[in-house]
Design a protein around this ligand. Structure first.
Ligand SMILES: Nc1ncnc2c1ncn2[C@@H]1O[C@H](COP(=O)(O)OP(=O)(O)O)[C@@H](O)[C@H]1O
Ligand SMILES: [Mg+2]
Length: 380
């Protein structure tokens, strides 16, 4: 009976979307403490007070986004006066983009008309907040991207000091940072630091037992019984443990099962998992390359092309080799520093003669990077 059902559906997935990265699970354990702290930070706003500005820190795949979204869901259920707004700073990474997103989400309108200046946009937002008598809580998710773009200070400044210009406007802020290398105190200007005194909530990487619990639960929910044997799931759990990122585990399960489906098998084999494991480390790379601008990918691809045949590469030689794709040198330096932040490249100095030369090297296999040159084709 089950077999027929599977043949009929042509699928081993009961609910494939539970393996998506942005899926919000019903069952969300191991983060009670963090959600409680978040709730505690937001609670004063329910009584007309200020929220405690908050920073959530933890490497990718430790449940930060889901925790905030779960809590935001509850806020929406109990009050109309607090309006939570979640912003993905990987997508909206400039001040203007972020405030248009705030405007759109607040007013449920379409985008602000083209040509709207920042000042007009902010006036429109302030007016709306005043008329509706609401307190927005803005979550800047993966705000590390704003640090790389040097936008975070400007955005926090505008958000946190808005009540100085607009009396009735109070905005609460939750900042999520998933890059452990960022020192927030160093990244913030004094004038921002003086108004942004956040409490920090830590999201430690999940333990082996927690990873096992989360992935097993997802397998039960998303796959038909006996599709993925326990020892194969253990291999995936092991791999997930090594990077601490639960998304890698979810993706490995999905890929392994899709490998089995491709050859119309009813369950996953060891080879299916091996094959999925061999491409999983590309995941972060693909994600990063997808968010880069054309200028930035040009630099990266140029470096990759040079890495195949030269050992030591100076930053200057990459700039020269860009030829007609070259950008101004100052902008070029910003780009290589961003690539360094994203841990795509390493920058070091070497003494040459009397001067010092900056050396740039790739952190990934150049062939792997060059294979992403048509990024749209690699998107699923
Ligand atoms: N405690 C948990 N229980 C169930 N699923 C979880 C848990 N933590 C994370 N996940 C899942 O892992 C994925 C990544 O979580 P996410 O909240 O996006 O992490 P982060 O924002 O820290 O990168 C999501 O699909 C989420 O549903
Ligand atoms: Mg996240």
């Amino acid at each position: 009976m089950k077999k027929n059902l599977l043949m009929w559906d042509q699928t081993l997935f009961k609910e494939i979307q539970v393996f998506d990265i942005d899926y919000i699970p019903e069952q969300f354990e191991y983060r009670d403490e963090q959600i409680q702290e978040l709730a505690y930070a937001i609670r004063p706003a329910l009584a007309g007070g200020h929220i405690f500005n908050t920073v959530c820190r933890g490497i990718p795949g430790t449940g930060k986004t889901t925790s905030v979204k779960k809590l935001f869901g509850e806020v929406i259920e109990i009050t109309k006066k607090i309006v939570p707004i979640h912003i993905n700073c990987q997508i909206d990474s400039s001040k203007y983009a972020i405030f248009s997103r705030i405007y759109t989400q607040l007013t449920k309108n379409s985008q602000p008309p083209t040509g709207t200046s920042f000042k007009m946009l902010f006036d429109m937002i302030a007016k709306y907040i005043k008329n509706e008598e609401i307190t927005p809580i803005i979550c800047l998710d993966d705000a590390n991207y704003l640090v790389y773009e040097k936008e975070l200070n400007k955005i926090l400044y505008t958000l946190l000091r808005s009540h100085e210009t607009y009396k009735h406007v109070r905005i609460g802020v939750i900042v999520i940072i998933s890059d452990p290398d960022i020192d927030l105190e160093l990244s913030l200007d004094a004038r921002v630091a003086s108004v942004f005194r956040p409490q920090t909530i830590h999201f430690a990487p999940y333990t082996a037992q927690e990873i096992s619990g989360i992935l097993s639960q997802r397998v039960m929910q998303g796959l038909y019984p006996n599709v993925l044997a326990a020892d194969l799931l253990d291999r995936i759990i092991d791999r997930t443990m090594k990077c601490g990122d639960i998304r890698i585990g979810l993706n490995l399960i999905k890929r392994s099962v899709m490998n089995a489906e491709k050859t119309a098998r009813m369950n996953v084999t060891n080879d299916d998992v091996t094959q999925a494991l061999s491409i999983s480390h590309d995941l972060r790379l693909t994600e990063l390359v997808n968010i880069l601008s054309t200028d930035e990918t040009n630099v990266l691809f140029q470096l990759a092309a040079m890495t195949t045949n030269v050992d030591v590469i100076t930053t200057k030689s990459v700039h020269t080799a860009l030829g007609e794709k070259a950008i101004g040198y100052t902008r070029y330096v910003q780009i290589i520093e961003k690539l360094d932040h994203l841990r795509l490249v390493t920058l070091t100095y070497q003494n040459v003669g009397l001067g010092r030369t900056r050396i740039i090297s790739l952190r990934y296999d150049p062939k792997q990077i060059l294979s992403l040159q048509k990024p749209k084709a690699t998107k699923k």
